[in-house]
Write a protein that binds this ligand. Structure first.
Ligand code: G6P
Length: 372
């Protein structure tokens, strides 16, 4: 009903507006004296001490949250981390054992593909930890440990606030494990905690500054047949998530690519008028990633692409080659994905609405898929 939507036109619109709280509520109670201590993991240090490998299993948007979290998990804990779709993992006879921590991510906690992967991991002797948004759901009950996301109930089929909460939970997990293993120096850990705590306010700024602008240009894109998304490093899974959201609720062909892969194939798709979203890494990112992505933008622009960039405040290098510039506040590179995804969620909603579709209930999809 309209009351349940709290004055918003859809549950999805309401839930995107709740992304700041989803992050804040997930962090709450888990930071003590500038350090991450997750109360649910108290007494479970054994889960992390003998670990040589982390495998994240999930489906859909949750898998992209996993791919995003991988960079921070590895950087902070120095434990090799892989992310795999739960249904692929389960059926390929993976090499796992008691030195493996399998982290599942599921908003509902009931996705059958993910549940089967967790059960399989346990049978093989691996340790299992669930990141879940639903208290007492099946997947956390079948796991050795659980870290709940506190995004609140998510009603729209396409996941939004749960996604940012899932990345937040992975970051908290990374900082918790890094503290136990002493793999991150105290200053860097404190800095990461401060960055995480600053995220909700920054998401709020993106919502306030960009919502109208995005809704406006999604209207003239209502007839678009296909949209491409490019990103690099942590921006890569965000490109994948942006494309998935568009497929889910606007029924438009959309694909996300690693920007570095452009020249190895996808650039052949670019013809005049093709809309391409580019998630631009901060110029403060190591490895000159910013320059490389700016040169990707020049390449697609030269072929007539309609370029929509998501770039940090003050990044002027993108201006000459962009048709639209969506700004996100400054953040440490690992925290950019939590900001960069917000305009993509708004865009998918805007386009779906412009096409006259039901944003909350896309055809053929279920909120939670309880069959394999
Ligand atoms: C379904 C939904 C997706 C969701 C996926 C995983 O396919 O349509 O939006 O990302 O399941 O759901 P989960 O509850 O496991 O996070």
């Amino acid at each position: 009903s309209a009351a349940e939507k709290g004055g918003w036109s859809s549950f999805m619109a309401k839930e995107v507006s709740e992304e700041p709280e989803a992050v804040a509520n997930t962090v709450r109670g888990r930071v003590h004296d500038g350090q991450v201590v997750i109360p649910e993991l108290e007494g479970l240090d054994d889960l992390f001490t003998g670990i040589r490998r982390i495998i994240v299993v999930a489906c859909g948007t949750a898998a992209y949250a996993g791919q995003t979290g991988k960079y921070a998990l590895e950087q902070w804990t120095r434990i090799p981390t892989d992310v795999e779709l739960a249904h692929e993992f389960r059926y390929r006879d993976p090499v796992i054992g008691e030195d493996t921590l399998v982290v599942s991510i599921s908003q509902s906690g009931e996705t059958m593909d993910t549940l089967m992967a967790v059960k399989y991991a346990r049978e093989q002797g691996a340790k299992t930890l669930s990141i879940c948004n639903t208290q007492g759901a099946t997947i956390p009950r079948e796991s050795d440990a659980v870290v709940y996301t506190h995004a609140g109930p998510e009603v729209a089929v396409a996941s939004t606030k749960a996604f940012v909460a899932q990345i937040t939970a992975l970051y908290l997990l990374g900082l918790h494990v890094a503290r136990l293993r002493g793999s991150l120096d105290a200053d860097a850990a404190a800095q990461a905690v401060a960055e995480l705590e600053a995220v909700p306010e920054k998401i709020q700024l993106v919502l306030e500054n960009e919502q109208q602008h995005i809704e406006q240009f999604s209207r003239w894109m209502a007839d678009t047949q296909s949209v491409l998304f490019l990103g690099r490093h942590v921006g890569y899974p965000i490109a994948l998530e942006g494309a998935l959201k568009l497929k889910e609720i606007s029924y438009i062909h959309a694909e996300g690519f690693a920007a570095g892969e452009l020249k190895h194939g996808p650039i052949a798709l670019v013809e005049p008028g093709q809309p391409v979203f580019v998630i631009v890494p901060s110029p403060r990112h190591s490895g000159e990633l910013h320059k490389k992505v700016v040169s990707n933008i020049q390449e697609i622009r030269a072929r007539g692409a309609r370029v929509i960039v998501v770039a940090e405040e003050g990044d002027a290098a993108v201006l000459p080659f962009a048709d639209e510039v969506l700004r996100i506040p400054l953040a440490d590179p690992l925290f950019e994905p939590l900001l960069a995804v917000v305009p993509l969620h708004i865009f998918a909603m805007g386009l779906s609405t412009a096409k006259g579709l039901d944003v909350d209930k896309p055809r053929n999809l279920a909120k939670s898929v309880t069959v394999e």
